[in-house]
Ligand binder design. Structure first.
Ligand SMILES: Nc1ncnc2c1ncn2[C@@H]1O[C@H](COP(=O)(O)OP(=O)(O)O)[C@@H](O)[C@H]1O
Ligand SMILES: [Mg+2]
Length: 376
């Protein structure tokens, strides 16, 4: 089979722990086309186990070992359900690229002598149960080369969405936000921006027992609390220079509740939600402003946050001279951009091509990412 006919599967579950996104991708002359997609729900007990392991606690090794295996099976099931519904023969698929599920991310910092990042969903299980070669554990090689292991999407955003004329930003609003700046003739920039949906989801779950704020409607019913917003914006992550990456370790409900308590005020719950939406929008826009946003012509949003129309409106409000829309305008649904990225990264690895950008992650060099688990 020639390289131009290859098909890969990308599997992704992000910080939000909402579902395993599975995309079947064909590569023609290096450009991916998403052929078929499948959204594999994570059961409530499985989500609970992930969230419980996402912060320090008792008996972590046993819990992690068992969850690694359980998630490996769930990821394999997601791939098999995708193949089944696509009607395509398994033999036509070269490999699976699996991001796995992050349960801890401790990036390099002056106070972290041994940085690490941990994505679980055992790739041995995925290869064994699907019979398809699986590439996984992409982030740790970049970290071994001195990088943050994140974000990894910028090289792929550049390959897919780079323009010869336009100054573009690709903004992924998952649990955490990250941005890629694509400027003709200039090095690609990329970094995490801070909380995407993680606090919005956490607050609506704690207050109304809902998984997320549909379309940002609840946030829309509240008023931005400027004191709370400016206090939250003092988090050192927002001011820290690149390379930078973050996770639930920095932005979580305890952190939010501390800010609410410190203010010694009683906020209406919907006002907190409105403020959290503004925090997401401001943290994205402020990063772009630091980097001469007046030149930014187009901003494309992907990730689940693309469905939160309030977030898009607030971003546009702060960037009135930039066209703000979703990656649908570039021909790829915002829901599948990240899953396709891991199909793209798996292809890079199997072709002995590098996947990271040192200027983005801080790694010393470009590196071939991931471990390969061969099919029988
Ligand atoms: N219709 C919607 N309205 C508002 N928010 C949404 C909607 N659909 C998805 N989301 C948000 O997107 C999140 C999932 O985004 P995703 O890109 O999958 O993040 P992650 O990569 O962290 O899993 C959900 O948890 C939710 O906050
Ligand atoms: Mg998700």
């Amino acid at each position: 089979m020639s390289a131009c006919e290859e098909r890969y599967i990308g599997l992704m579950s992000g910080t939000s722990c909402d579902s395993i996104d599975a995309a079947l991708v064909s590569f023609e002359e290096g450009r991916p086309t998403s052929l078929h997609t499948h959204n594999h729900p994570l059961s409530a007990p499985l989500k609970q186990k992930i969230l419980a392991l996402s912060k320090p606690g008792e008996n972590e090794i046993d819990r992690m070992g068992a969850l690694d295996r359980e998630l490996g099976i769930a990821f394999a099931e997601a791939a098999l359900a995708l193949i089944d519904s696509s009607g395509l023969s398994k033999n036509l698929i070269t490999a699976i690229g699996s991001h796995g599920q992050t349960i801890r991310h401790r990036p390099p910092s002056p106070t972290t002598p041994h940085p690490f990042t941990l994505q679980i969903a055992d790739p041995n299980q995925i290869a064994q149960l699907t019979g398809i070669t699986t590439v996984a554990d992409f982030r740790r090689r970049d970290m071994a080369a001195g990088g943050h292991g994140a974000p990894l999407a910028p090289a792929y955003h550049e390959a897919l969405f780079g323009s010869e004329r336009k100054q573009r930003a690709i903004v992924n609003i998952g649990g955490i936000g990250n941005v890629t700046l694509l400027r003709p003739g200039t090095e690609v920039l990329g970094f995490d921006t801070g909380p995407g949906n993680v606090l919005l989801d956490g607050w609506i779950k704690a207050t109304k027992n809902l998984e997320y704020d549909e379309g940002g409607q609840w946030a829309r019913s509240g008023h931005i609390q400027t004191d709370l917003l400016s206090n939250m914006l003092t988090h050192p992550f927002f001011q820290s220079p690149t390379p930078k990456s973050t996770g639930r370790e920095d932005f979580n409900l305890s952190w939010l509740n501390q800010h609410i308590e410190q203010s010694k005020k009683t906020y209406k719950p919907e006002d907190v939600q409105a403020t959290l939406a503004e925090l997401t929008a401001r943290s994205i826009v402020d990063c772009l402003s630091q980097d001469n946003q007046s030149l930014l012509e187009e901003l494309f949003v992907c990730g689940g946050g693309a469905h939160n129309t309030l977030l898009l409106e607030r971003i546009n409000h702060h960037l009135p001279n930039t066209m703000v829309c979703t990656t649908d305008a570039l021909g790829l649904s915002p829901d599948w951009v990240e899953a396709v990225a891991f199909a793209w990264l798996a292809k890079r690895t199997l072709h002995n091509l590098t996947g990271n950008l040192p200027e983005v992650t801080g790694a010393r060099a470009k590196t071939i990412l991931g471990g390969v688990y061969f099919a029988d």
